[in-house]
Ligand binder design. Structure first.
Ligand code: IMP
Length: 427
């Protein structure tokens, strides 16, 4: 089996880490292709509980090679800290490789992320302030510094002095802030270079060779479709392509290589940061979901906004990504609900929409059209076979399949690997 992609179908935090961890047992390579340390995957396995930001979850499987591809932006301090934490738990990181073409997050990116957010005032995006947007801006503006530049300190010196001069002009003249020191950044990043060199590779070649050899490569998505730079709720999105298309450019592989695309949907919706979210529950029900599910950001610890499942979003994600099947996560969170709503359309300006509008102002005015299903009000964490779920839980999953036009292959009923129902073959 060639490449299998795992893609978030909502606004991120769908539980992709668990699904990737589950699938990683049977694959040869696990790769990240977009985003940076704005992503945070919680993985619980026999080695402990880990909050992974950059390292693919496959690192815990002895036989899997892990790749951070060219489409990812890398904060080397965060990556090295993560590597150290994994090493300390007794897991080898020798199989972890970073693309020489990936762009580096520099101190001015983090600084500018904060300054830009403040300048946006009431229109702030609610970014993670990790420098993601400014780093991708520089990549597109051809002002980026790439991981490969660290391999030659003279090349790095020249590139940094050229770029920093421009950045300091923006920092001081536009934002009236203090300039950053060349010497400090140069010394800091040369230190990171020494530690990172053993992991730097032309990873595009590695992935292509693995595919040519018939190996299974798992493409680990970050964030979700509704945060995609083109198809998400722009401008309240991240700065990269989070959809399956991003995997091809973020790794250097042909779309023809992607054999299966698994969408990951949480049984309800969450969103962190600003921007419209039609099914948001601002009252007691939203609060109950948040507390029961501990819906707080892995990276920023911000409370996540919670709401009912939005099938308009689910269907849109299925089409944009061509999901072959989907994994439904956190179904157990709904155990306490006497009844459960699913949004099937949006009412706006006297019309009912079945696709998300591209305009954030129109989306903000959309009222969800709900269908209400009975809850099951029982504990499903111990269930391992789909037929053993309460009838109401099965009906909920079956209705989601119909509405988003995609079959479910996995249902997760708890955080650990064992708390999983496999409906149909997983690679
Ligand atoms: P940025 O990616 O830090 O620029 O943030 C842009 C938007 O994407 C903000 O609304 C963030 O909260 C959101 N975001 C970024 N990464 C994640 C993630 O991993 N999960 C959920 N939301 C995210």
């Amino acid at each position: 089996m060639p490449a299998v992609a795992v893609i978030g179908a909502q606004w991120g935090d769908e539980g992709k880490g668990k699904i990737v961890d589950l699938l990683s047992e049977k694959v040869n390579m696990v790769v990240r292709f977009s985003g940076g340390n704005n992503a945070g995957h919680t993985v619980i396995n026999p080695y402990g509980e880990f909050k992974l930001r950059l390292v693919p979850s496959g690192i815990f499987h002895r036989d899997a090679t892990c790749i951070i591809g060219n489409g990812v932006v890398i904060d080397p301090a965060v990556l090295l800290e993560e590597i150290e934490g994994i090493r300390k738990s007794g897991v080898s990181v020798e199989r972890l490789f970073v693309s020489d073409r990936a762009n580096l997050i520099m101190p001015y990116h983090r600084l500018l992320d904060g300054l830009e957010e403040e300048a946006r005032g009431g229109g702030a995006i609610g970014t993670t302030r990790r420098g993601i947007g400014p780093c991708y801006t520089d990549k597109a503006g051809r002002l980026g510094i790439r991981v490969g530049d660290l391999l030659d300190k003279e090349v790095f010196r020249e590139r940094l002095s050229f770029v920093l001069e421009q950045k300091n002009r923006v920092i001081t003249k536009l934002y009236d802030a203090e300039p950053l020191s060349f010497d400090g950044i140069y010394a800091e990043y040369c230190g990171y270079a020494d530690e990172l060199v053993p992991h730097i590779r032309p990873t595009d070649m590695m992935v292509q060779r693995a595919l040519e050899a018939g190996q299974t490569v798992l493409l680990e998505g970050a964030q979700g479709t509704m945060l995609d730079i083109d198809f998400g709720t722009y401008p309240y999105v991240t700065s990269t392509s989070t959809i399956v298309g991003g995997a091809c450019s973020g790794l250097g592989i042909s779309p023809l290589r992607v054999d299966r695309v698994i969408g990951v949907c949480k049984a309800y919706s969450t969103r962190v940061g600003e921007g419209p979210m039609p099914t948001e529950l601002t009252g007691e029900t939203g609060e109950r979901i948040r507390e029961r599910a501990h819906e707080y950001g892995v990276v920023t610890r911000r409370p996540r906004r919670c709401g009912w499942f939005d099938a308009v979003v689910g269907r849109f994600s299925t089409r944009i990504n061509g999901f072959s099947d989907f994994a439904l996560t956190r179904l157990d969170i709904l155990d306490i609900m006497p009844s459960i709503k699913i949004c099937t359309g949006y009412r706006v300006d006297g019309r009912t929409l079945t696709d998300p509008p591209s305009s954030p102002t129109v989306l903000a005015r959309c009222e969800p059209v709900y269908e209400e299903l009975a809850g099951w009000e029982s504990d499903i964490a111990g269930v391992r076979r789909f037929e053993e779920l309460p009838a109401a839980a099965r009906s909920y999953v079956r209705r989601l399949e119909e509405l988003i036009d995609c079959p479910a292959s996995v249902v997760s009923v708890g955080p650990s690997r064992e708390e999983t129902i496999i409906i149909r073959d997983v690679p």
